[in-house]
Design a protein around this ligand. Sequence first.
Ligand code: MTE
Length: 346
Amino acid sequence: MLIKIKQPHDIPSSEITPESVYRARRGFLQGMGVAGAGLLAGPALGQEASRVSAQDNPAQALNLASKPDWLTAQMAARKPAPEEGLFTVSDTLTPFEDVTTYNNFYEFGTDKADPSRNARDFKIDPWTVEVTGEVAKKGTYTLEDILKPHTLEERIYRLRCVEAWSMVIPWVGFPLADLIQRFEPTSDARYVEFITLVDRDQMPGQRSRFGTIDWPYREGLRMDEAMHPLTLMAVGVYGDVLPAQNGAPLRLVVPWKYGFKSIKSIVRINFRSTMPNNTWRDLQPNEYGFYANVNPAVSHPRWSQASERRLPSSLFMPQRIDTLPFNGYAEAVADLYADMDLRRFY
Ligand code: MTE
């Protein structure tokens, strides 16, 4: 993966402060205007996640041509993040600004700021997801077909990139397991493969003659990983519909794995009996594997994975912290790999 350490402050901080509104959980910011809440923004607040609607924040509409009304309504009816437990971490939230301007989404360019710049007016309506392979309910589903039966919920997860930076993100989504069950996989379905949109008109990274990725971007999970309660289909962040750069309208979030497993803008879900390819392993198999479990004990060939830079960070506030096995989710997921040599199956 290209490693470019770039400070995530390309957009003036005055422009976008929705995380401060979001932090209004427990009511202490509730009801304040964006400007007032903005005065209190910043990590010093600690994690004060909220159930406040993001409607006050036009910035949350960032980069989508339009948001379907039914999705906005479904988002508003979401269940709030639990106060504690597996689905919420107590680490300080990464500000909305960093979550939405420091991105890896190579379809829109390789620089961290490219996706937020180049994904303007991305279209998520209409959107379909093709379901293929080892399932009873194959077919082409509209986004509404996919989402409507599910109650959306907020979850606050760590995201650890293989490049050794990390964030803490309040997602909105639903368990992938619930979706998979609706498709009725056959007993031959041992893996699930996910495939991103190819659209050279909208995605400049796919037009580049110098790109090395063989589009579409692909990822996969073993069935037991896909069915794990932590594995989330995300449709929102900070209480509103995902911005294009974060993988609108539908992306995977697998918090115990390096971020490249969390594939964005999914248009196909394919159930297979054999292990699928995944984009980064295809490109550099000695550096990136299929499992990609966060593991401080196994270095990337070009850098250590023992610690990470928690965003936002700067020269004066490097925010370097130790990386935890399975990104801190070991208690919930280590059993999935009990018989495996994690140095070999990286
Ligand atoms: N999905 C697609 N389709 N294309 C990508 O380039 N990058 C991955 C992952 N999903 C990527 C992708 C990587 S390397 C990371 S770290 C995460 O998205 C970053 O998610 P974020 O930009 O929302 O933080």
